[in-house]
Write a protein that binds this ligand. Structure first.
Ligand code: NAD
Length: 553
């Protein structure tokens, strides 16, 4: 049966090729992407249905997963499946241009929106942590954050290093599902990377997938390699098996000051994400279950030390920024009053892109054929000849990025460009130039889809950081526009109580229906980012607003 073939752990695999298993391509697309999220090549811990980002899951439990698959196989174009925190709870009557799946993950009434309450519900089987693209079935492996990380490093280089990172040392920690993009993004940007992770299996996965060059558990060896690479100005990435704070302490002790310093450990979750420096990995895994409140205390103490060390290196000249994991907030809660003395990456480097409706646009070839992605790469290069950055990115990605699971591509595109790209892909499917339909989606970390005051909406010009009407409007507008599945989550990136965000995926299956949906969704979705930033008073967004005539609807 289908379940036996594609959904038996450890062999979760998206079907490939042109044959339908579901009743239509919309449901088939959701089915393939759900299974792709759990593919062992893609997910960090498929045994527990964990895709990435601490405990970000694709389905609540194995029974729910089986039920979702069975329902998707049956779903026609006049119904839509409802998912509540990873569990199917109903099917509603809709129409062919409505989303086939409507997803709400990890949402809690604000005054109850804490990890403690969530963890209690989760332990009773009532909730699941959806992260951003885990529970909304559009995770594409570490590539998903690669270009965003690259853009961040390049933007940092432009601001502080004359646009040249050669011979510069970039230090970070956390080499998991998303953090694992840092080493490759750093070397693509020309830098030398040194990153710590306590879990050697995570670094090994990055070696296997081509994201990191070397691995060691010796600080001396790591520094020997990075020094040599810095002096010969050769890009190199090194993963050190170590606690993040221990690495920073050693750097300070040896007088080695990173040029750039950040962090991507799963600090957003002090119990099931971050690992306190006082425990070994195996002790941590045990204590998490045996005594979560003691674990949390140790975790917060360790984050205080971690941020204090980051501040010490900053004081010695390291360009230091928070990389979206809420590390500063937990250090602040632990008593470190100046934890926010370095900025988050959005106000520091990314907001100007958000003002232009730019964000992490991505697409996946449902055929499973890598050639389909190369065809889309070539078509984009031809369609946007003036966009040199895009061309460089696509050529570099083709050379350096190994696909994980279904072949996919990430590429930051803005207002106007996304719609054009979507219609172009639909034409490629229609004319048979690619061998199967393509799904188009994005991270919830986007210009108009998220409220997250310690991350995407940190330090908004008008102080509206915590206003979450925007992601709700984004969800409603994508639902009304005909996305193929939509999602609304709480707690992604920064943890419970700190963010609300919306996701969408839209199918290009070569039909006229898809043309109409793509035209609406891929126009409205980035427009939401422009509306959001115009409203907050950003001049750059206002220029874009005028350029695209968004006021004259
Ligand atoms: P993950 O759970 O897959 O990986 C986290 C890694 O951190 C693990 O490998 C773990 O071993 C390591 N780790 C935990 N504590 C450590 C410590 N004290 N020292 C060294 N290593 C330690 O998570 P991920 O998907 O890589 O995401 C990492 C963090 O970044 C999360 O908080 C996530 O929410 C956030 N995030 C940020 C962005 C962004 O764009 N800035 C995007 C996605 C995720």
């Amino acid at each position: 049966s289908f379940l036996e073939k594609y959904a038996q752990h450890p062999f979760y695999k998206a079907p490939v090729g042109n044959q339908l298993h579901a009743k239509n391509w919309q449901a088939e697309a959701a089915l393939r992407m759900l299974l792709n999220n759990l593919d062992a090549e893609v997910a960090e811990n498929p045994e527990e249905l964990v895709v990435y980002g601490g405990i970000g899951q694709a389905a609540r439990n194995k029974e729910s997963l089986r039920q979702i698959i069975t329902l998707l196989l049956e779903l026609d174009e006049h119904h839509s499946l409802l998912i509540q925190s990873g569990k199917p709870v109903g099917v509603v009557r809709t129409h062919p241009e409505a989303p086939r799946v409507l997803i709400a993950n990890s949402n809690l009434v604000p005054a109850w929106a804490t990890w403690d309450h969530f963890n209690e519900l989760r332990s009773r089987g009532l909730m699941m942590y959806g992260q951003m693209t885990a529970g909304s079935w559009i995770y594409i492996g570490t590539q998903g954050i690669l270009q965003g990380t690259y853009e961040t490093f390049v933007s940092c280089a432009a601001q502080y290093f004359n646009a040249n990172l050669s011979g510069k040392l970039l230090v970070s920690a956390g080499l998991g599902g998303m953090g694992g993009a840092q080493p490759l993004a750093a070397t693509m940007a020309g830098a030398v990377f040194l990153g710590a992770d306590v879990d050697p299996s995570r670094i090994k996965k990055r070696i296997e997938t081509g994201y990191i060059d070397r691995m060691t558990d010796s600080f001396e060896e790591a520094v020997h390699w990075t020094r040599a690479a810095q002096s010969s100005k050769t890009p190199l990435s090194v993963g050190l098996v170590s606690d993040a704070g221990d690495l920073l302490q050693q750097l300070l002790d040896h007088g080695i000051i990173p040029d750039i310093l950040t962090d991507q450990t799963s600090a957003h979750d002090p119990i099931n994400g971050y690992i306190p420096h006082s425990l070994s990995l195996s002790e941590a895994l045990k204590l998490r279950k045996a005594n979560p409140s003691h674990y949390k205390e140790l975790s917060i103490k360790s984050m205080v030390r971690h941020v204090r060390l980051m501040l010490a290196l900053k004081a010695k000249g390291a360009i230091t920024f928070d990389y979206g994991n809420n590390l500063r907030e937990f250090a602040r809660q632990g008593g470190l009053t100046n934890a926010f003395d370095f900025p988050g990456f959005t106000p520091a480097f990314i907001r100007p892109l958000f003002c232009e409706g730019k964000g992490p646009f991505r697409w996946v070839a449902l055929s499973g054929d890598p050639e389909d992605i190369y065809t889309t790469d070539d078509a984009l290069i031809k369609t946007f000849p003036a966009n040199k950055g895009l061309r460089n990115w696509l050529l570099k990605a083709r050379e350096k990025v190994k696909f994980q699971g279904l072949p996919a591509r990430i590429c930051w595109l803005g207002m106007g460009e996304r719609e054009k790209a979507g219609l172009l892909f639909n034409d490629l499917v229609r004319s048979g130039k690619v061998k199967g339909p393509i799904v188009i989606g994005r991270d919830h970390l986007d210009c108009g889809s998220v409220a997250s005051p310690n991350r995407e909406t940190e330090a908004m010009l008008d102080g509206s950081d915590a206003v979450s009407d925007w992601p709700l409007l984004n969800l409603m507008s994508n639902t009304a526009s005909g996305a193929t599945w939509v999602s609304f989550h709480h707690g992604g990136g920064v943890g419970m109580g700190y963010s609300q965000h919306a996701g969408m995926v839209v199918l290009a299956d070569g039909t006229d229906r898809a043309d109409a949906c793509l035209r609406r969704v891929l126009f409205n979705d980035p427009a939401m980012g422009i509306f959001r930033h115009v409203d907050a008073g950003y001049e750059r967004a206002e220029l874009c607003n005028r350029k695209f005539n968004l006021k004259n609807w």
